[in-house]
Every structure is written in C-alpha cells, then in structure tokens.
Ligand binder design. Structure first.
Ligand code: NAD
Ligand code: UFG
Length: 337
C-alpha cells in the first residue's frame, strides 16, 4: 500500500513515517518545508535504513500534487500539512485559511481526480473550545476561538460534505490532544522556530539552558495546583494511532471522528516536576499572567479510539519527558547542525 504523507517532514509526520516504513508501507513524503528541515528526512532515513521518496511541493498547488499522483499510484493520504501556531493565526488569518483550508480543498480535488479517496486528517482538541466537562467525548459541542481552530473545524466539515457527495470516500478525522516526546533514538523531535509556543519545548529549552526560565501562564485556574491541565500524548503513540486508522480505513462506512489522547491530565507544574526528574536539570519558572484564550482543563476520553481503532496510548509522562530530553540534549539547536 502506497501512502502519501503531506507534512511528512514535520514533527508528527516524521515520527509517523518511521512507523509506516517499519510496518512495510510504501511512503511518499510531500512537504514544502515551510516549517521543517530536510535534515529531519535524513534522520528518518538513518533510523529506518532506507531512502525515502520526498517530493517538495505545496498542497495549494494543483501542479505540485498532480505530479505526485501521476508519478505514484497513491492508495491513501495522511494529511498533516498545515500551519499550527494559534497566535500567528490571529495575526494572519487569511494565510491560515489559505494554507490549511484552501490547501485541503485542493488536495481533495486532486485526490478525487486520481481516484484516491482515503484520507486521514490531523484535527485537534482545539475544536472543543472550552468544554463544560472533562473527559472530552467526540460528541461534545464544537467551537473555535481562533482562526487556527476554525481552520480545523472547517476542514472537518468540508470532509464530511465530501463524503455526503460521494460515499466512496473513506475519511478519518483524528483529534489530537497535546503531542510531546520524541523518537527513542533522540535523533528526531520537535524543532520549533524561534520562541516555542507550547509548554514541552519551552521546558526542554529551559532545561538545556537556551531559555532562562519558563513563564507559567496563570496559577489561579480551578485545577489541582492552579495551573492549566492538559492531556499530553507521546508522539510515537500518536503516530501509531494513524497506522491503526490506516489499517482499518477500508472498513469504515462513514467518516470517523476520533480523539487521540491518553485520558490523563497533568498540570504545568506537574510537567515541570516530571521533566526535572527525567533530565536531572532544574527548570526555573515564574508565575505570569494567564495567556489569552487558554482554558483550565482539557483531556480526552480515549475509549472510542480503543473501540474502533484498537488503539490506546502506552507511554506515560516519565517516558514523554525522558524522550524529549534525549532529543533536546542531543540537539540543543534542533536540526541546525
Ligand atoms: P509541523 O509544523 O511540524 O508539521 C507540519 C508540516 O507541514 C511541516 O513540515 C510543514 O513544512 C508542512 N507544511 C505546512 N504547510 C504546507 C503546505 N502548504 N504544503 C506542504 N507542506 C506544508 O506540525 P506538527 O506538529 O507535526 O503538526 C502536524 C499536523 O497536526 C498539523 O496539521 C497540525 O495542525 C496538527 N496538530 C498538531 C498539534 C500539535 O500540538 N503539534 C496538535 C493538534 C493538531
Ligand atoms: N503554558 C505555560 N507556559 C508556556 C507555554 C504553555 O504555562 O510557555 C501552559 C498553557 O497555559 C497550558 C499548558 O501549558 O496550560 C499547555 O500549553 P500548550 O501551548 O503547550 O498547549 P495548548 O493546550 O494551549 O495548545 C495545544 C496546541 C494547539 C492545539 C491544542 C489542542 O498548541 O494548537 O493543544 O490540541 F489546538
């Protein structure tokens, strides 16, 4: 089976490519390298011991995509390509809608032209907005508080409409909670551009000495210690969820919407403590104002993924921190070598 992985050079994509190749899938990576380094591909090649087919192109370009679909008989697409910074999406909404929404529309059009109608889409827990209760089930109300989140909601709806128009489509919408961690080798991992937006890379860069201290965004939430609670999920567990989805996609007779989370929530301070233990480094922090748009608590009910994908996360918080630390300490400046 030949799988096109859009955004396959990125953080989650590169880890998924490793598992796909190890499981015997033929993979074509498609990426415009707007938020990835070619070094990540070389590292993946070293891990799997094989050369990877990579096509540099943009999902908004019919020509770029047509080149791929005419050169390779693609059976299914795992669609990671997209922009993902919430703050940036507020400042540049049109860029986000163009890249994430328009790009997905063009991708589906070209897929349809070449009769490739199986897609796994990277959605996000952000589509639940500020949930009334936790754990979060797939049928909870949806809302978006920023253009990034709205772009995910829009693509989910577009894909459902595509299915209504043509029942041959096989669609899986995976709603990720908070991906962290890295491959065991420590040679691939998350390499944010500039100042990290997300907690885990910020903690890791503080532990390695690149940042002076972590700003904890608020300590007066209604949580165990007042700091925000999230469902951190190891990126390799997340990647495995895609393989399980791919394996079963032919059997799904309607679009499937599935949470990928662990079901456990950890506070910011619990994450700091776990990281200090894993790295044997201090992570100095200061309490700062709440970040606009943040919610107190977000964690998944992952039971539907267990039921329909036979998938559950197996890696705990210690392993997430140890693997992040291995990547960060071996690559203090990310892929820039
Ligand atoms: P990433 O930025 O590391 O990977 C995305 C990849 O897509 C990058 O390699 C980038 O160069 C590529 N890309 C972007 N726009 C493109 C375009 N127009 N054409 C071709 N390639 C393009 O991000 P990630 O963390 O690996 O996230 C992958 C997907 O998962 C994204 O869609 C993201 O929105 C979604 N997601 C991520 C998280 C998270 O916290 N990391 C959470 C929920 C959902
Ligand atoms: N936090 C800090 N300091 C930081 C960064 C984060 O205290 O420097 C806190 C946040 O306030 C929050 C927690 O750490 O309580 C996690 O924050 P992240 O930014 O790592 O993650 P979010 O849950 O806010 O958002 C992430 C992605 C979104 C995605 C969402 C749900 O960034 O794109 O998960 O999947 F939509």
């Amino acid at each position: 089976m030949k799988v096109l992985v859009t955004g396959g050079a990125g953080y989650i994509g590169s880890h998924t490519v490793v598992l796909l190749i190890d499981a015997g899938y033929e993979v074509v990576v498609f990426d415009n390298f707007s938020n990835a380094s070619k070094e990540s591909i070389r590292r993946v090649e070293a891990i799997v011991g094989k050369e990877i087919v990579v096509v540099e192109g943009d999902i908004r370009s019919r020509e770029d995509l047509a080149k791929v679909f005419s050169s390779y008989k693609i059976d299914a697409v795992i669609h990671f390509a997209g922009l993902k910074a919430v703050g940036e999406s507020v400042e540049q909404p049109l860029r986000y809608y163009d890249n994430n929404v328009n790009g997905s529309v063009v991708l589906c059009e070209v897929m349809s032209e070449y009769n490739c109608k199986s897609i796994i889409f990277s959605s996000s827990a952000t589509v639940y907005g500020d949930p009334h209760t936790t754990p979060i089930l797939e049928n909870f109300p949806l809302s978006a508080t920023n253009p990034y989140g709205r772009s995910k909601l829009m693509v989910e709806e577009i894909l459902r409409d595509v299915y209504v128009s043509d029942n041959e489509w096989k669609i899986v919408l995976l709603r990720y909670f908070n991906p962290v961690g890295a491959h065991k080798s420590g040679s691939i991992g998350e390499d944010p551009n500039g100042l990290p937006n997300n907690l885990m890379p910020f903690i890791a860069q503080t532990a390695v000495g690149k940042r002076e201290y972590l700003s904890v965004f608020g300590n007066n939430y209604d949580t165990v210690d007042g700091t925000g609670v999230r469902d951190y999920i190891h990126v390799v567990d997340l990647a495995q969820g895609h393989l399980n989805a791919l394996d079963r996609i032919r059997n799904f007779n309607e679009p499937m919407t599935i949470n990928l989370g662990t079901g456990n929530g950890y506070s910011v301070l619990e994450m700091v403590e776990a990281f200090e233990k894993a790295s044997a480094k201090k992570v100095p922090y200061t309490i700062a104002e709440r970040r606009v748009g943040d919610i107190a608590t977000c964690f998944a009910d992952p039971s539907y993924a267990k039921e329909v994908l036979d998938w559950e996360a197996t890696r705990g918080i210690d392993e997430m921190c140890e693997d992040t630390w291995r990547w960060q300490s071996q690559n203090p400046n990310g892929y820039i070598i």
